[in-house]
Design a protein. Structure first.
Lengths: 315, 621
């Protein structure tokens, strides 16, 4: 009987601890303020920073193609490839902290949920089989097969996250605009991206400030301890109400800022010419050529493998 | 009948009988403006908030009427061509505009890409873009920061980047709307020096719209006073301030040294000084120096023989021992239990020390100003008092109880913090709801000094209870945020840069309000500011922060006498203390107001020159 009780408690922990760790990890390691670091450019003098912006725009697309055309067995390899350039970039500690949470969060979610709920064909080899007191909830236990599959699923998502973040961290938005122009896209696309990337951190900072201001005005935003279960519904209610409260100052501030920004953009001649000039010249370097070759080899290789039904996804 | 002001035949930019009313406005923002700008001149436009200065700036650079809808009459012309018919990018190559808030006008992520943005949009050849960018960065002193990301820049650097980006459009005239409002005095001097260099070396005409006339006066060739949408006067500075009447009538600040010259005409020989340097030159060999020295000695003797207000003295090296504060009675505040105490506080951001081992105690009922250059850690330090931020070492105490980091809701009942952006603290649809906001979530103590009804009367909101806070003026919204905080009956009021961007009249009314609040509630007030002349000099005690450490801490009159030490940490003492210190070579404490200065020197007017002249004794001025 006691054995059943212990197994039941252990099973409950396996099921409920990971989803509780994720928000805790986000709040403790990143927080709302930390989100600023997610999209901010870090000006450094690395070869990655100097690469042709067109190559940088193509890089996430190429890696995205790999993650789409190759099957699950290749996903961890593709993800591993997407991580390699990060060692070249050497980002700041703050950035690494945010990135780790952004990577570990989905990885843990996939690993855990598929381990519990993805059932391989019979016979199933469980790492841990739940007792009947738990298995009635839908998961008979946790399987290695499911966990590996979960990791592969996460890797497919994380390839896009890793490559996009790498480019955001290492590319000045002016270079994005330049690359979009060379791809014959309208300058408005580049400007929209520029404005978003430039002002998103500001918006996050302002949201943090206004949330503090609400508390300063006497609105209770204090979070109950994890074991104060009865207080959590009220906390969620207060949190939801707060969103309504802070909307007005956020909206008013943003609209004011937008008007000024629009006037500044007008005054600086934005949109006057279809083609823009450029301060930066990006002559092709050996690094660029190497980068293009690698991308072509990767995408070409994936297509060839697909052709020979190696790593091909079943359609 | 309107008065037509003289416009020079050299004027490149001319506003010819310009009137403008915003859409839906019942009153015109500009009325029959006659105004001209010559090449290479620096023009200061000033006036109370809402007098039409910013509207005039928008009209001068062609954004009215093409981007700001409304009814425009008359014309703004550049070399005879009307700007109103031009597109914004065409006008901006003739007249460039730098807006008040540099954060909102830096669109790109790095300094160099920001400066290149305009020329790139104009599709200029690569070599021309490079040439313009290099020139703009050089002339604004930003060359060394060309690769820096804009979010990492100080306020002064952001403003200079905005100026560089505007200059890259190669305008002949630069119009700046309150460029100094967010800058500390040293940052302001950097920007003004840049502008003067542009005018002198490049022949660019510069129009500065600013409340901080003390700082701009020495750099201006002309001063324009606006009131109620009109140009009241437009003259060279000395002529403009020769008659104090229009300035007094409009409530616009006049430089302290000008006021002093009006009060002591015989000492100044009838010529108005525009800067402390001018005033020192004019007063150095006059009866004012010995009189000032004698008055200083008398004050020192008075201090030695008994308590004075504010009392106490700085330690021999110009610094009080850490944590030693001065009370109104002249006793160190350490003898009374502090209401707020920062004990050995250190704060780090991304591994960098923002605050380093700061110990600071504030006694009940004290009025303390915390000053320092931008980024010196002032706001970080005070926000710890409400649980915002976490120190990596040390502890903050409120009435002996530790302040828990993160518990903002709990501590905001004890310490009210008015943020610089007071607008961000308003959440309700009406004034009355705003005042009741805090009471909905937290019970008030019995018999509060200021309840909701009391606050309505005290802060002048009777009859406006149902009005939306957004219909109030900027000063009104700030008053409302302050009132709403005080309804919660806090023990300490912390004000973070409360007068940024406000004109002299608003500043005076805010100081009056603050004095009335203190009188009624006996509140301890801590003010974070870089406005030393307007705000800090009204505090009893000043704490100077420099690079995250307390550098000076003592009575206001003594701290402001340490002009060199203040300058070392990026703070300029107000004009009168600087004048006194420069005239006397060295002084332990200084006079803060023009009235005080005048009465002090008049009281010792008979002192012979050879008995005084401490400036000479101290090695000359």
């Amino acid at each position: 009987m006691s054995n059943l009780l212990v197994r039941t408690i252990f099973s409950y922990l396996i099921i409920f601890v990971p989803p509780l760790i994720l928000p805790w990890m986000f709040i403790k390691l990143v927080g709302l303020g930390g989100l600023r670091d997610l999209v901010t450019y870090e000006a450094r003098d690395t070869p990655l920073h100097k690469l042709d912006p067109r190559l940088k725009v193509l890089y996430p697309i190429a890696m995205g193609i790999l993650s789409i055309v190759l099957n699950w067995d290749f996903m961890l390899i593709v993800f591993g490839l997407s991580v390699i350039p990060w060692f070249w970039l050497k980002p700041s500690r703050a950035k690494v902290r945010v990135l780790m949470v952004m990577v570990i969060g989905p990885a843990l979610t996939g690993f855990w949920s598929q381990g519990l709920y993805y059932l391989p064909p019979q016979p199933i080899h469980y790492i841990y089989q739940f007792p009947g007191t738990i298995s009635w909830m839908g998961s008979p236990g946790i399987t290695a097969y499911g966990m590996v599959f979960g990791l592969q699923q996460s890797a497919r998502v994380l390839v896009t996250v890793s490559t996009s973040m790498l480019i955001l961290v290492s590319t000045d938005v002016g270079d994005f605009t330049w690359a979009f122009e060379r791809f014959r896209m309208p300058p408005q696309v580049g400007f929209a991206l520029t404005a978003a990337l430039r002002f998103l951190p500001d918006m996050i900072s302002r949201t943090t400030l206004v949330l503090r201001a609400v508390e300063l005005r006497g609105y209770d935003m204090s979070r109950p301890r994890w074991f104060q279960v009865r207080l959590w519904p009220d906390y969620v209610k207060r949190l939801s109400r707060c969103i309504v409260i802070i909307t007005v100052p956020l909206l008013v501030g943003s609209l004011r800022g937008t008007t000024t920004m629009a006037m500044v953009a007008d005054a600086r001649g934005f949109g006057v010419n279809r083609r823009r000039g450029s301060l930066q010249e990006h002559p092709l370097t050996a690094y660029d050529i190497g980068g293009y070759v690698i991308l072509v080899l990767l995408v070409g290789g994936a297509i060839v493998l697909n052709h020979f039904r190696i790593g091909a996804r079943p359609y | 009948m309107r008065r037509r002001l003289a416009i020079s035949s050299n004027s490149e930019l001319v506003a010819d009988d310009v009137s403008f009313a915003y859409v839906g406005a019942t009153k015109a923002a500009l009325r029959h403006i006659e105004f001209g700008v010559d090449p290479g001149e620096v023009v200061l436009i000033t006036g109370v908030s809402g007098c039409g200065k910013s509207t005039l700036a928008l009209a001068l650079c062609g954004l009215i009427p093409c981007r700001i809808p409304g009814e425009l009459r008359g014309q703004v012309m550049f070399r005879g061509k009307p700007l109103s018919g031009m597109k914004p990018h065409e006008a901006s190559q003739l007249v460039g505009m730098v807006f008040q808030n540099p954060n909102l006008q830096l669109i790109n992520q790095t300094v160099v890409s920001e400066v290149a943005f305009g020329p790139e949009n104009l599709a200029l050849p690569h070599d021309e873009i490079v040439r313009r960018v290099n020139w703009c960065l050089d002339v604004t002193g930003m060359e060394g920061m060309r690769k820096a990301t804009t979010v990492t820049l100080s306020g002064g650097q952001k403003q200079r980047t905005a100026i560089a980006a505007t200059l890259a459009m190669k305008p002949q005239i630069l119009v700046l709307d309150e460029p100094l409002s967010d800058l500390d005095p040293v940052g302001a001097q950097e920007v003004l020096a840049t502008l003067q260099r542009l005018a002198r070396d490049e022949g660019t005409a510069v129009v500065i719209i600013e409340h901080r006339v003390d700082e701009v006066a020495p750099w201006a060739d002309r001063v324009v006073l606006m009131d109620n949408g009109r140009v009241l006067l437009d003259q060279p500075p000395r002529q403009a301030w020769a008659d104090a009447a229009p300035w007094a009538r409009t409530g616009v600040g006049v430089p302290d040294v000008v006021q002093l010259a009006h009060a002591l005409p015989d000492a100044f020989g009838g010529e108005l000084p525009l800067s402390v340097g001018d005033a020192v030159g004019q007063l150095a060999d006059t009866w004012v120096v010995p009189a000032l020295a004698a008055a200083g000695e008398a004050r020192a003797l008075g201090a030695a023989s008994g308590p004075r207000s504010p009392g106490g003295a700085l330690a021999g090296n110009g610094r009080l021992p850490a944590g030693t504060a001065i009370s109104l009675s002249g006793l160190p505040a350490g003898s009374r239990p502090p209401v707020l105490a920062w004990e050995g506080i250190s704060v780090e951001f991304d591994g960098k020390r923002a605050i380093n081992d700061v110990t600071l105690r504030v006694a009940e009922g004290e009025s303390v100003a915390i000053i320092g250059a931008n980024g010196s850690g002032k706001s970080t330090l005070v926000s710890l008092a409400v649980g915002m931020g976490t120190p990596c070492a040390g502890q903050v105490f409120f009435r002996g109880q530790p302040v828990q980091p993160g518990k903002v809701f709990e501590h905001s009942a004890q310490v009210a913090l008015l943020l610089q952006a007071a607008d961000e603290m308003l959440f309700e649809d009406s004034v009355i709801d705003e005042l009741k906001f805090g009471t909905k979530f937290r019970a008030l103590p019995p018999n509060p000094v200021l309840d909701v009804e009391g606050a309505i009367d005290f802060f002048g909101f009777r009859g406006l209870e149902e009005m939306s806070p957004w219909e109030l003026s900027q000063g009104g919204r700030q008053r409302l945020a302050l009132a709403a905080l005080l309804v919660g009956a806090p023990g300490v009021l912390v004000l973070d840069e409360p007068t940024t961007g406000q004109d002299a009249e608003h500043m005076r009314s805010f100081l009056r309000l603050l004095a009335a609040v203190r009188k009624r509630t006996g509140l301890t007030v801590i003010t974070v500011t870089h406005d030393i002349r307007g705000l800090a000099s009204h505090a009893e005690r000043i704490v100077l922060l420099g690079e995250g450490e307390v550098r000076l801490d003592g009575p206001t009159t003594q701290v402001l006498a340490q002009t060199e030490e203040l300058k070392r940490w990026g703070v300029l003492s107000p004009p009168l203390p600087r004048l006194e210190a420069d005239l006397l070579g060295h002084c332990d404490d200084v006079l803060l107001s023009v009235a005080g200065f005048v009465s002090a020197v008049n009281a010792y007017r008979g002192v012979p020159v050879d008995q005084g002249a401490p400036a000479e004794r101290a090695g000359g001025v």
